[in-house]
Design a protein around this ligand. Sequence first.
Ligand code: GRF
Length: 274
Amino acid sequence: MAASLGAIHAATAAKATTELRSNEDKSRILNAHHETRSLIIAANLEPPVASHVMTGPATRIAVLISGEGSNLQALIDAAQAERLGADIVAVVSNRSAARGLERARAAGIAALHLAAVRGQERSEYDAALAALLAPLDPQLLVLAGFMRILGPRFIKQFAGRMLNIHPSLLPKYPGLDTHRRVLEAQDEWHGATVHFVTEELDAGPAILQYRLRVRPGDTPESLARRVHVGEHIILPHAASWFAAGRLRLVEGSVMLDGRALLAPVSIDEEGDST
Ligand code: GRF
């Protein structure tokens, strides 16, 4: 744990903020920026308090993908470096040509392809996916570039146990084509968000964000590259929190170490600050 989080801080955390619900915590954070910064480091580096420590076997994670799988690779790398605190038990893709399936095979992880059948209802695909996952008994599902919308029944089944990575600073720009939309809107900031999945697309409670300042001359491609760097940091990070029992969704609120987050924890690209 400590090694990975230290690396994250060294590599990227020019500024990091977190807001916690109690007034005492809030004023501490608002009054002293350097203290906020140390709060996230503390949140990251300190061993979880006893009541949040997960005992027993490692958390079983299944990852759903559709394409390149660079975020999957970041999870695999974290697992292999023992920074994830979890086993990736399977990777499922709706596309047989997804490069992520090769990445899974190369890492010795079950690589499963579940194609949608022409004319099939969404609920039928979801039921097939649930049936495929059932024997693997995953405790956490990570959507890492899974380009299918999951229906309410499936989402209920995995409520509070499903994370998604999205290439924008949610709630801004749910859906597709986020980099182009950010440039068109001339936004100053862009980034990526890890959030719990709920029924509304890309709208579940946000956990962790990576922020970067849009530069003159940025293109959708350059933004995609920079955002990907951040995604590969925050996704394994959030998954490791969940695996350690530190992260939960309770009545719609993100709880980290037993405290509700008012806003997602955020990490800025190196060199950026507000
Ligand atoms: C990422 O940008 C992620 O935010 C989005 O899909 C993309 C997947 O990229 N949901 P990769 O397949 O992990 O490289």
